[in-house]
Every structure is written in C-alpha cells, then in structure tokens.
Write a protein that binds this ligand. Structure first.
Ligand SMILES: Cc1cc2nc3c(=O)[nH]c(=O)nc-3n(C[C@H](O)[C@H](O)[C@H](O)COP(=O)(O)OP(=O)(O)OC[C@H]3O[C@@H](n4cnc5c(N)ncnc54)[C@H](O)[C@@H]3O)c2cc1C
Length: 460
C-alpha cells in the first residue's frame, strides 16, 4: 500500500496544498494530507491521532471561513477522491468523498437521471450533504441529506465504516445534518430522480425595481406547487471580463426559478412574473444538469465574505427594509431569498439529524473583499441586512449558509443533544474538527499524545 501524501509548511507546494476554495481564508494547519483512497484517509487519521493533532476534513473549502485556528491540526483534503459510479437501475450515485457536484450531475444525465445538486458545479458533494443540501429540486424531494442511502467514513479509531439504515444507524442519522464532526467521509450513496429536463431560467429587472419585484415574487410563491423552486435576488455583477457584456458592472433584481414539468405548464405558472416586464428573460426547457449555471455562481475559487439566515416568513415589512438598504451604493454582490417549504418541511421518521427545515425562506448575503476597506463594508452591510431581517428570524441557522463560527441549538436545533451523544460514542476525544463543532457529550476525553514531540519535529 502506498503512503498517504503529506505536505508540510517547508515543502514545495505548501501554499496550494493548504488553499481553500474561499480565497479570503488563510488556512495554516500543521500539515495537509492528500489521500487517494479510503485506506490513505485512514492512514492520515492515524498519523494525526498518534501525534496529538486534530483532523480537519475538507473537500473544497467552500465553507472554510468558520474553521478558525488550524495550527494543531492535520487538514485532510479529499480533493483527489473524485470517482462517481451510477447505478441506473437502482437510481443511485456512489460518489467519492471529494467529488464535486459537476462530477455527479454529468455522470447521471446520460441515464436521464438528476441529483439533488447545489446551485454551483464545484461545491463538494460531501460538505453539502453533511450540512443538509438545498437543491433546485428541494421543494419536491426535500433535503439532499435525507436522500442519502449510505455514507462511508473513516472514524476516529481509523476504521473505514459504512453507515446506513441497518449498519451504524446512529452514525448514519448524525452525518445527515451534523456536519463533518464524526469522521472523514470517503463515499456517499445518493438517490437520483428520473428527470432529464426542467423549465428554468431567470427574469432580470433593473435594480431600482427590487422592492416591487420582491413583493410580486413573494406573493407568487404562495401560489406555486412543490415542483417550483425559486429565488428572489438582488445582484450586482462585477465589472470584470468574466461577466458577459450586457450584465457586466450592472445591478439587477432577479427571479430565478426551476419547474419540474412541461414548458407549457411552466409558461402558465410564470405568467404573473413575466407580466411585470423583465428586461431579460432566459426561461426555457433545459437539460437538468445545466441547472448548475442558473444561479451564476463562480466556478473557480474566489474570495468571499458571506452569511445566511433562515426566515420564518418574508413579510412585506422585511422586504421593504432590505430593499431600502440596497437602494443606494452597496458593497454586496448578492442578497438572495430562497423559497423553502414543500417536502423540506416534512420531518419523516427515517430522516437524519436535520429532519426538516422549519422556515419559509433562506437568505444569504455575500460580497467579494477585494481590499480591506471593501471587506469592512461587506461585513457591516451583511450585519445591516441581518438586522433588517431579525423580526422574521426563524431562530435557527442553516449549517451550509452559516459562514461565521457557530454551534449549539441555533445550528442543530433539537438534534443537538443526541448529536453530542453520537459524537461521544464515535469521537470521544474530539479528534475531528468541523467548521461548526459538535462537542462530545460530557466534554472531550483527554487525547493520546504519545508521539506529539515527534510530530513537532516533523512539522516544524
Ligand atoms: C458558490 C456557492 C454555492 C452554493 N450553493 C448551495 C446550494 O445551492 N445549496 C446548499 O445547500 N448549499 C450551497 N452552498 C453552501 C455549501 O453547501 C456549503 O458551502 C458546503 O459546506 C460546501 O461543502 P464543501 O464540501 O464544498 O465545502 P468544505 O468547506 O470542504 O466543507 C465544509 C465542511 O463540511 C465538512 N466536510 C467537507 N468534506 C468532508 C469530508 N469528506 N468528510 C467529512 N467532512 C467533510 C467539514 O466539516 C467542512 O468544514 C453554496 C456555497 C457556495 C460557496
């Protein structure tokens, strides 16, 4: 068996090895492991444990910002584990722990199958599922996490464990919403759905119509079936060559939507919003795997400062307050509202730790910190947007949209107590450091540090 690749601060390639997708995050771990198999992940876990280092699992670093100090940790990046296999009969994708969404959606599409993918093609399948996973098909099929059929992970004792409804059921429950606290995920089995095409697109309106558009969209969301998932959004396109000319440097009020159904029915459903007279309309029947362009997310690493909230409702007053804030010059790139409900609200008994999303809408605000001054502006504007939405705060954060350090019931709800018990059973010494921690019940047991001195020698 080959040895897992370890990169240390004095090695060539250190800076690219430690880099997160979010370029605004400066990760400085003790070392980085780049495993190419589940066995190599297990080697990395044992290496860290024996030297008193913690283990930080990461597939892309999209949500690296809450991680904090990594100086006593081995960063285990699963980016070299990207194989995907499709079982078209069973409608299951088996994706490695470092697979990106584009790896899965493109493998599933030739079989006429769709995955519950995130809006961006290069979000990691692992981190997305561990935090819940809200896709363009979510109101119809629920959280992606609750459509997992099995997860393989390397646990704190260095074992490669398969968790599903029959094997290690507590662990299977915990990883479906409890984040990366329980091991390094090396494989996920996820359900696929027989959808080849959807009716989807974006209506673009001038940004000075934001208030009117958000009100109309919000009223429209009360009328649509679960087959419709949509976003109301303020967006400023940066003045960079990557952005197509008609959008470059301009601001818009947007409605993005996906309808699982025919074009004819989709046209009818969309009519009230089309009647508002958008300046651009991209709606069409499209291959389902191209939904990863709809939200216009960056498809390569960028610096970002963002944060989200779950909202009990998006009331007319809340819309007015946010539209007022965004009516002048803003450092924010995007402020979006995602319509939730439908299957997302169904806490089925077989679901995992994030059983249902008890909120009507999710919101996320983000900006690109090109300079320290812009970074400060982005931080304060996100705080203003969140303050404006405080009266409709659902009292719970969505793990995948939480980009500041948080823990406890605000992130994990009523599942928090049981998650801590599962953590105590599988990782009593708190070896795994996730971006949003679940500490073991009754506190972490002291860790073995037999080889810590040796580690310092190796690592310095
Ligand atoms: C541009 C963009 C678009 C997005 N769109 C959506 C969307 O449509 N819907 C949605 O729900 N979310 C969305 N998100 C949020 C996204 O789901 C989170 O950022 C998620 O954490 C990404 O997972 P990752 O593996 O890429 O990131 P990472 O930062 O690598 O992982 C986040 C955390 O997950 C855990 N983790 C990751 N990989 C592993 C592993 N192999 N084993 C164990 N633990 C692991 C770790 O605790 C890690 O700190 C989006 C984010 C961005 C930046």
């Amino acid at each position: 068996m080959d040895n897992v690749t370890l990169v240390f601060p004095t090695d060539e390639g250190w800076d690219s090895a430690r880099q997160a997708w979010n370029l605004a995050v400066d990760q400085q771990p003790a070392a980085v492991a780049l495993p190419e198999s589940a066995e190599e992940v297990a080697q990395a876990v044992r290496f860290a444990r024996d030297r008193g280092l913690r283990v930080v699992p990461q597939s892309t670093g999209h949500t690296a910002s809450p991680l904090g100090d990594l100086s006593g940790a081995l960063l285990v990046k699963t980016e070299r584990l990207r194989s995907v296999e499709i079982d078209p009969e069973a409608r299951i994708a088996s994706a490695d722990g470092g697979a990106l969404w584009m790896d899965v959606t493109r493998a599933a599409a030739p079989h006429g199958l769709a995955a519950l993918a995130g809006s961006s093609p290069d979000v990691g399948v692992a981190g997305y599922h561990l935090g819940g996973g809200i896709s363009w098909l979510a109101r119809k099929y629920g959280l992606a996490a609750n459509n997992l059929t099995a997860v393989e992970l390397v646990t704190a004792d260095g074992r490669i464990v398969r968790a599903d409804a029959e094997n290690e059921p507590d662990l299977f429950w915990a990883v479906r919403g409890g984040g990366g606290n329980f091991g390094v995920v090396t494989k996920l089995e996820l359900r696929l759905f027989p959808i080849a095409e959807v009716y989807a697109g974006t209506l673009f309106f001038p940004a000075d119509r934001l208030r009117e558009v958000l009100h109309a969209w919000r009223e429209w969301t009360d009328t649509v079936p679960d087959e419709v998932m949509s976003v109301g959004r303020f967006m400023q396109f940066p003045p960079i060559p990557d952005v197509p000319e008609p959008l470059r440097g301009r601001s818009f009020a947007l409605v993005e939507a996906t309808f699982i159904g025919s074009e004819e029915d989709g046209v009818e459903l969309l009519r009230p919003l089309r009647d508002l007279g958008p300046v651009m309309d991209t709606f069409a029947s499209i291959p389902v795997q191209t939904l990863d362009k709809l939200h216009m997310d960056p498809e390569h690493p960028v610096p970002g400062i963002g944060d989200g909230m779950l909202l009990s409702d998006l009331t007319p007053d809340a819309i007015d307050r946010v539209a007022e804030l965004l009516s002048g010059a803003s450092s924010l790139l995007s402020v979006e509202f995602r319509h939730l409900g439908g299957e997302l609200a169904n806490a089925r008994p077989e679901n995992g730790a994030f059983a249902s999303v008890e909120a009507g809408f999710a919101t996320f605000a983000v900006g690109i910190p090109m300079t320290p001054e812009i970074a400060a502006g982005v931080e304060s504007e996100i705080a203003y947007v969140q303050a404006a939405l405080a009266p409709v705060d659902a009292g719970r954060m969505y793990l995948n949209f939480a980009e500041k350090p948080r823990t406890g019931k605000v992130l994990f709800g009523d599942a928090y107590h049981r998650l801590r018990e599962v953590k105590a059973a599988y990782d009593p010494e708190d070896l795994f450091k996730a971006n949003h921690p679940v500490p073991p019940a009754r506190g972490p047991r002291p860790r073995h540090r037999t080889a810590a001195v040796e580690a310092r020698v190796v690592v310095d």
